[in-house]
Design a protein around this ligand. Structure first.
Ligand SMILES: [Fe+2]
Length: 422
């Protein structure tokens, strides 16, 4: 029996089956599109959140590329950064290139990625093989077939283009649309901010490192008699800490404390610091004041230390403290002397007695270990770092030889420069 609506084509009262199917399909498509948009927004929000918590640049960029593929339904992505080596001029260098080896492109309009970087605008190429800027050699080398391409500049908030994100091949086989363009631009901006932040953090880290090592060089340069003491004590302390199973972060704190431990010697006059013979009681007291001076100097610049490294400021001046309270500058006792300072104390004494001096021969390593153990038995030093030192002597000897060879070479360079040596 035929429905009246079918005869009359009435679509107001009752829908026929085909109209109903068509409407259902239309609604489903709308829902799918809406779902996709919500999914994209969620991913965008997720990446934005991940951006704030991931500090490693490579992991972050890798994450952004994976999410870009996911959200754009793309097969592959490449992330280029602008590299400016002084000899070859600016280039686009692939930081992460999925499925390909490193790619290097000149920063000009001869490539699609280069055009995006130069113009600061997104490039949507529906058929790359008919675009003269497309380099098919990359496909030939990798065995890949590029069918569609979207390249977006990575523009930082101050307007500087730092690189390009390029996505290849929409998974449904079609071209990338306007919505894809908007989304990739958003992702590229996030990547640009991530790069800028990571570079800024790296520059901060390097500045701090240069500042501290500069101080260590200045201390060592003051005192040619104990040349290399700062570097050896630092390296010994780190090796002892490593043997004791310390984390890399704690070793980093210990390293900075080592580099700064004798900072206060900058405030000791040459007459005392460089005196070859025995010091009088008064001179010895002045010499000992270097630990207090280290404390005062470091307290004054503590705010310049990144928070995670500030403990170095407490460790460095305490390297002459003794567990029984007989040390200096604060006569701290066991409960108040952190393990980092106890390690530095052992490393400091070990170097002082095993290093060459113009007025005496270096004491054999094992004899010094014996003296340190006696100090531990007397309740002055901690036996844990002493035993750690004793158990890694092979490595300590290698470290000492390396540092001494470096210092000898540097001294010779200075002497040649100053005309002391031919
Ligand atoms: Fe010292």
């Amino acid at each position: 029996m035929t429905n009246n609506n079918e005869k009359t084509g009435n679509t107001i009262g009752f829908h026929d089956t085909s109209d109903s199917d068509s409407n259902t399909n239309h609604t489903n498509q709308m829902l799918l599109r809406l779902k996709k948009r919500v999914q994209r927004l969620e991913l965008l929000q997720q990446v934005s959140h991940e951006l704030g918590s991931e500090r490693d640049l490579n992991r972050l960029l890798d994450l952004i590329l994976n999410r870009t593929n996911q959200v754009l339904d793309a097969d592959r992505s490449t992330l280029y950064l602008i590299d400016d080596p002084s000899d070859a001029g600016p280039h686009l260098v692939s930081k992460i290139a999925q499925g390909m080896d490193g790619i290097r492109l000149p920063l000009d309009r001869t490539s699609i990625a280069g055009t995006a970087a130069m113009s600061g605008e997104i490039c949507n190429v529906e058929d790359p093989y008919h675009d003269e800027r497309f380099n098919a050699e990359v496909d030939q080398t990798s065995g890949y077939r590029t069918k569609s391409m979207l390249a977006s500049p990575m523009t930082s908030p101050d307007g500087t283009v730092v690189g390009v994100v390029q996505v290849l091949n929409k998974l449904d086989g079609g071209p990338f649309d306007a919505e894809d363009e908007q989304l990739l631009l958003a992702f590229s901006t996030m990547a640009a901010i991530a790069v800028e932040n990571a570079r800024w953090l790296e520059a901060q880290k390097q500045t701090f490192e240069d500042l501290i090592t500069g101080q260590a060089i200045a201390i060592d340069a003051r005192d040619h008699v104990t040349g290399g003491h700062t570097w050896r004590v630092t390296a010994y302390a780190v090796e002892i800490g490593r043997t004791m199973g310390w984390s890399e972060q704690d070793l980093e704190i210990l390293r900075y404390a080592g580099l700064l431990h004798d900072q206060g010697k900058l405030g000791i006059s040459d007459d005392i610091l460089l005196k070859p013979g025995r010091l009088s009681n008064w001179e010895f007291a002045l010499m000992r004041s270097h630990a207090y001076k280290t404390k005062v100097i470091l307290e004054g610049v503590k705010h310049l230390f990144p928070r995670r490294l500030r403990r170095a400021v407490d460790l460095a001046p305490a390297h002459h403290e003794k567990l029984d309270g007989s040390g200096y500058p604060d006569h701290l006792t066991a409960d108040d002397i952190p393990m980092g300072a106890r390690i530095l104390a052992v490393a400091d004494i070990f170097d002082a007695l095993t290093a060459h001096r113009p007025y005496r021969s270096p004491m054999p390593d094992q004899d010094v270990i014996g003296l340190l153990r006696k100090d531990a038995e007397a309740g002055k030093l901690d036996s844990v770092p002493i035993e750690a030192l004793a158990s890694c002597m092979d490595r300590i000897v290698t470290i000492r030889d390396e540092i001494n060879a470096r210092i000898k070479a540097r001294k010779r360079t200075f002497q040649v420069v100053q005309g002391v040596l031919p």
